[in-house]
Each structure stands twice: as C-alpha cells, then as structure tokens.
Design a protein around this ligand. Structure first.
Ligand code: PGA
Length: 249
C-alpha cells in the first residue's frame, strides 16, 4: 500500500545553527507514526542536516539537482554528490524552480531520468496557476505536466516517485485548496495514472498536497482518501507547527 508522507521544504531559509536546532527539535517531538517524515534544507547544510538526523527517522532530502552526472556546470549540484553525502531523495519540478529558474517540462524530464539512473527517489511537484483554475483548465494543465515529465517512464520507475500536487495560487499565499478541491485533483491524478499505467500502480503511488498547509487545515486536507500527506513550506519552519501537521494525518 502507498506510504503517507509529510515533507518539509525549507526553501532558502535557516542558517546552519537553525538548521541543526530545527532538526533536533522535530526529532525530539516526533510522534510514534508510520508516516514518513522528510525535511529539505538548503544544499549547503545538507551534510550537517544528515548528521543531525542520523539517529532519527527523519529523512533529509534535497530541494533540487542538476540533470548531468558531472561536468562544466558552474554553481550546480549533481545527483551523485547528493548521494555521496547520504541524500537519496530529491524534490523536482517545484513551481518556484519553474517560475524563477525557467525549468520547463523537457528539462524536468532530463532531471527525472538522471535521478532514476542513480536510483534516487523523487518528489515530483506539479500544479496549475490561478488563471488556469479560473479558466477551468486545471485538469488539462496538470495532465500535461505529468505526461511531459513522467509518462515516458516504465512501471518499475514509479516505485521511486512520489507526486506532490501544489496549486501555484496556494503556495505561500495563505490561501489553501479546500479538502474537496485537493481530493478532486488527487482523484483525477490517480485516475490518470490508472489509464496511463494500471490500477495497481495508481493505488500504490503517494500523492501529497502542498500549498499553505497549516496545523489548522491539515486534518481537513489529509482526511481525504486520495491525499497521502503534504509538502509543507512556511509551516515546516517551526517544529511545533510541523509536528502538529504530522499528527494531523
Ligand atoms: P507553503 O509552501 O506551505 O509555504 O505554501 C509549499 C511549497 O512550496 O512546497
């Protein structure tokens, strides 16, 4: 059966001291749970974060990576560099990468392929913008994002993939999708996977919701049958809030 996951995306926040303290604080208050807990600090502190999380069930993951194995790509970080310091999972396709760093479907496809080549896990983000939803195009946009970056993959590769539906209009805005809106899209995605692949693959793929998840709305979102957890931004920066969200599953 598919896993329940709560992942914290810290984005470009927290210094070294805060990184270690927050991981220790989360580890100290983690409830007994089958929910997988992941945290994505910035690249430069990943190694320290891995050390801080060593004796806890928290998995340290990366926010991004480059598509090439190595080479003349000034300022970039490769998959094997991440693995070398104990990071096995990477977030790809976050809407901030798409919007501010020009990451399009064909680039994301190469990153997905590279991560899978070295057997990394991927948290793949997708989601529509406000104009798409207003125009009623959100299902088409989501289908295209998934199809362009992921539907060339064979069935086996999907064991490495977690999906994260993050409507762009809900990220960092304080405006969240309702539980019903999240469920509607997650069910659509699962149904799309069933059509593209098969029911077994669709049923075993975790689909997280992201976009202004807070302690006070997490239970409403997570209680839906096709919502398997969350990708948390702002509320992942406070141990108390992050723990409350983990407990809401
Ligand atoms: P948010 O961010 O929870 O601050 O809206 C979510 C994300 O960007 O993954």
């Amino acid at each position: 059966m598919r896993k329940q996951i709560v992942a914290g995306n810290w984005k470009m926040n927290n210094n070294l001291q805060e990184t270690k303290e927050l991981i220790n604080d989360i580890a100290a208050h983690l409830p007994q749970t089958n929910t997988k807990v992941m945290v994505a600090p910035t690249f430069v502190y990943l190694q320290h974060a891995v050390a801080a999380a060593k004796d806890s069930p928290i998995e340290i993951i990366a926010q991004n990576m480059h598509f090439a194995a190595q080479g003349a790509y000034t300022g970039e970080i490769s998959s094997t560099m991440l693995q070398d310091i104990g990071v096995q999972t990477v977030i790809l396709g976050h809407s901030e990468r798409r919007a501010y760093f020009g990451e399009d479907a064909s680039l994301l496809r190469t990153k997905v392929d590279r991560a899978l080549e070295v057997n990394m896990q991927i948290v793949f983000c997708f989601g529509e913008e406000l104009e798409d939803r207003k125009a009623g195009n959100h299902f088409d946009v989501v289908q295209e994002q998934l199809s362009d970056a992921l539907f060339h993959l064979g069935e086996k590769a999907w064991e490495q993939i977690v999906l994260a539906y993050e409507p762009v209009w809900a990220i960092g805005t304080g405006e969240t999708a309702s539980g019903a809106q999240a469920q509607e899209m997650h069910a659509f995605v699962r149904n799309t996977l069933e059509q593209q692949y098969n029911g077994q693959l669709a049923a075993s793929t975790s689909i997280l919701y992201g976009g202004s998840v807070k302690p006070n709305n997490a239970a409403d979102l997570f209680s839906n049958p096709d919502v398997d957890g969350g990708l948390i931004g702002g509320a992942a920066l406070k141990a108390e809030d992050f723990i409350a969200i983990i407990k809401a599953i």
